[in-house]
Design a protein around this ligand. Structure first.
Ligand code: GUN
Length: 294
């Protein structure tokens, strides 16, 4: 049986440190960090994530505000909201929860966010800094994965890392971060996607397998090398008649099978998701302290 990589304990530990730093900032500068979440439409998953982020802010003393708009908002109006937030001196950082309705061009939205307030780390300027290894806001999910690898002292140097999925939010940035000359980093990274051939052959050579493919229980035991470290980024609600609720929450990894072969594995829920939120709080604190952009 695998060792469980516990996102709950690890995120609590990080949040305690952030809470202490926030208290220090309030003592010294009489100012609490302020994060704004912009939510468009009523996607239940996005509503849940935004609520979780607000709750986490409260738990560490960060002020959070929610700007909520109908799914019918025009792109021009949303861009005006972003301009307002960019110019509001009371706002340290903000996020626009994704996905957005299909009539809004997500690149126009992300490009409009001031890099200094882009605590999601999605703006091309911040992605560029990340690629070059400069100080920046790291995208929250990849940053959360790095925190887990550090906490569990999982060596990445010289290891074969296989990343499943090339999204801008997770797959692409984590593949770059783990191949950087850094710790965690210095890994040999293979990034797989929907067009990759011989997927199972590739995944079964991974010392560290990161699943961010967006398909429930896609990774099965036969795809995993014995004693590999498995990081599951997926979160899905799937029908389960054996569960009193009629559904269960699961990831991109078949946990029941894969936990029998992996050395370490993240659970869903209770793994990477909680770390994403901890990393967002960390970025918000950085924004308030102006350590990235002065
Ligand atoms: N949707 C899914 N993950 C994220 C995230 O990390 N940030 C934002 N803004 N939207 C998301």
């Amino acid at each position: 049986m695998s060792i469980l990589i516990d996102g709950k304990t690890t995120s609590e530990k990080i949040k305690s440190r952030i809470a202490a730093e926030v208290a220090h900032l309030i003592d010294n500068e009489d100012k609490a960090p302020h994060l704004v979440a912009v939510l468009v439409g009523q996607d239940p998953a996005s509503e849940f994530y935004v609520k979780s982020k607000e709750k986490a802010c409260q738990s560490v003393g960060i002020i959070s505000s929610l700007y909520k708009y109908s799914e019918k908002i025009t792109e021009a109006d949303l861009l005006q909201v972003i301009d307002f937030l960019n110019n509001d001196p009371d706002v340290d950082g903000f996020i626009v929860q994704l996905p957005l309705p299909s009539h809004i061009n997500v690149d126009h939205v992300i490009n409009r966010i001031s890099p200094a307030k882009d605590v999601d780390g999605f703006h091309p300027m911040n992605i560029g800094k990340m690629v070059l290894g400069a100080e920046t806001y790291l995208p929250a999910t990849p940053a959360g994965i790095l925190m887990l690898l550090e906490e569990y002292k999982i060596e990445t140097e010289g290891k074969n890392v296989v990343v499943l999925g090339r999204s801008n939010i997770v797959g692409t940035p984590i593949s770059i971060l783990l191949s950087r000359k850094a710790n965690p980093g210095n890994a040999t990274v293979t990034l797989c996607h929907s067009k990759s051939a011989n997927l199972e052959e590739i995944t079964s050579k991974a010392d560290i397998l990161i699943a961010a493919i967006g398909q429930p229980e896609f990774v099965k035991a036969h795809m995993v090398k014995p004693n590999a470290v498995v990081i599951d980024v997926g979160i899905h609600r799937i029908e389960d008649k054996t569960n009193p609720k009629g559904y269960r929450i699961t990831g991109d990894v078949d946990f029941a099978e894969v936990s029998k072969v992996a050395s370490h594995i993240t659970p869903v829920p209770g793994g990477v998701g909680l770390m994403t939120i901890a990393a967002l709080l960390e970025n918000t604190l950085k924004a308030a302290k102006k350590t990235v952009y002065r």
